[in-house]
Design a protein around this ligand. Structure first.
Ligand code: AMP
Ligand code: GLY
Length: 452
């Protein structure tokens, strides 16, 4: 079947409203091919400035309405940021001969949405990952951990916005996690089935790849920072910052990840009749026994997307189109060699409950910090326009201050200085995003671990 070529202008509908989507919209806007950029969700203040809000609210559960709207507005490309709509089958619902939808189908998105399914795929394809057992009965889960004297990780198998994983230090904690997920149903249906995993150790990296069904294009590896506090302390968050490329994984190991993890996963799905298209994101732990999969995500990471988009040099409309149409082997995929670092500024109380509506100052004082050969962009996540038009906080993760420079050290420093220019009551961020890369020179796989 011939690949439809990318229309010009190409009208795009973007789904999602966080920092990742602001970064995608920002890069889409720079494509000469971009026609109208429509936003399906009420976005943040940064995103809203780049696109047009759909006049009628887009109910992602109402595929019929969305499809009709896309048809009437001549949407050529739908870009799906978050996992929720992918898991709900938005790609299957909106795809049409005259339209491409960037992201995997519902069946393929199960790699993220159903951890038990992902584990089964990995087991059948002999992909390196933690040993695990899946339970639907809480008594059986309890008996399993009680009978073994080893550290476990208890995971809700469904989508929990990164919160359904408990890394347990002892039996009591594992029993508590089983109880909260399976009996008290703190994660609703997502936690009714749990997976109990062997606890691994080692540094973590995020390896993201464009996948067009056949061809895989592995992007430079990123490192996220999940704990709220500097030095990886405190509770887990959605991600406090990310940088790219990370030297934590060397080229040889990255090749192993591609050959022994990404390629066999896509092949295994295809053997079962499931064609994977979109971004495949493998959360990898570099264990003493080699790289192993922690989880798969079926989309760009947030905040990994922010440094990746700052570094992307190719035309994003063309690249996403090529990925959707199976033409990745002919596409030009090019990233700036300079490292980029995104530092996330959060509201007081995050990752717990936060107050919204705090005025944000200094956003216009950041751009001037970039010196020659440097770039800095503030991607919005949880921001909104206040009644007087000023920009206020509206969520836990507020901004992703993202900088690119000649060295990672300089990018990190620039991003931190950017954060220093911005003020809102209770603002906090980690100054050590990317610091783990610093001692890496020469011995990339002997770094302190994300979870240690
Ligand atoms: P996940 O959402 O499955 O990536 O898990 C969230 C975080 O929990 C990961 O980034 C790791 O820090 C930690 N984690 C998950 N699985 C394991 C495991 N099997 N061993 C050790 N740490 C883990
Ligand atoms: N940065 C982690 C995620 O997007 O899941």
């Amino acid at each position: 079947m011939p690949n439809p070529s990318c229309p010009s202008p190409c009208n795009v509908l973007l789904l999602g409203n966080g920092g990742r989507e602001h970064a995608l919209a920002w890069r889409l806007r720079q494509s000469p091919r971009l026609g109208a950029l429509w936003l399906a969700n009420p976005g943040n203040a940064g995103l809203d400035a780049l696109g047009r809000a759909c006049p009628e609210p887009m109910d992602l559960k109402n595929a019929f309405q969305m499809k009709r709207w896309c048809d009437r507005n001549d949407i050529h490309l739908v870009v799906v940021g978050p996992e929720g709509p992918l898991a709900a089958g938005i790609v299957d619902a909106l795809a049409a001969p005259h339209r491409q939808v960037f992201g995997p189908t519902r069946e393929a998105a199960r790699l993220e949405a159903d951890k038990a399914f992902a584990k089964q795929v990995m087991r059948h394809a002999a992909i390196p990952t933690a040993e695990a057992r899946v339970f639907t009965d809480p008594s059986a889960a309890r008996r399993y951990v009680e009978a073994r004297d080893e550290p476990f990780v208890v995971k809700a198998t469904g989508l929990c916005a990164g919160k359904g994983v408990v890394v347990c230090d002892d039996l009591e904690e594992a029993l508590g996690a089983i109880d909260r997920m399976m009996v008290r149903a703190e994660f609703g249906d997502a936690g009714r089935t749990v997976m109990i995993e062997e606890r691994m150790s080692g540094p973590e990296v995020s390896v993201l790849a464009f996948v067009d069904g056949r061809t895989i294009w592995v992007m430079d590896p990123c490192q996220d920072h999940k704990r709220v506090g500097e030095g990886d302390t405190g509770p887990n968050t959605g991600g406090m910052g990310a940088y790219c490329p990370t030297p934590v994984i060397d080229d040889r190991t990255l090749t192993i990840v591609e050959r022994e993890i990404l390629v066999p996963t896509v092949d295994a799905l295809r053997r079962d009749g499931v064609v994977y298209r979109g971004v495949l994101y493998a959360g990898i732990m570099l264990t003493p026994a080699g790289p192993k999969v922690l989880e798969f995500n079926c989309r760009f990471g947030d905040p990994e997307c922010q440094p990746l988009m700052l570094r992307l040099r190719s035309d994003l409309v063309e690249l996403l189109w090529a990925t959707c149409t199976g033409a990745l082997d002919e596409a030009e995929v090019r990233f700036d060699p300079r490292p980029a670092c995104c530092v996330v500024m959060c509201s007081a109380g995050y990752p717990g409950a936060v107050e919204k509506g705090a005025p944000i100052e200094g956003l216009d004082k950041v751009g001037e910090l970039a010196g020659e050969g440097e770039e800095i962009v503030v991607f919005h996540a949880g921001t909104a326009r206040g009644p007087d038009g000023s920009i206020v906080t509206s969520g836990g993760r507020v901004l992703g201050v993202t900088a690119m420079a000649g060295t990672l050290e300089a990018a990190r420093d620039l991003a931190n200085r950017g954060c220093d220019r911005i003020a809102f009551p209770g603002a906090h961020f980690r100054r050590d995003i990317g610091a783990k890369a610093a001692p890496a020179a020469g011995r990339p796989n002997e770094l302190p671990t994300e979870s240690s």
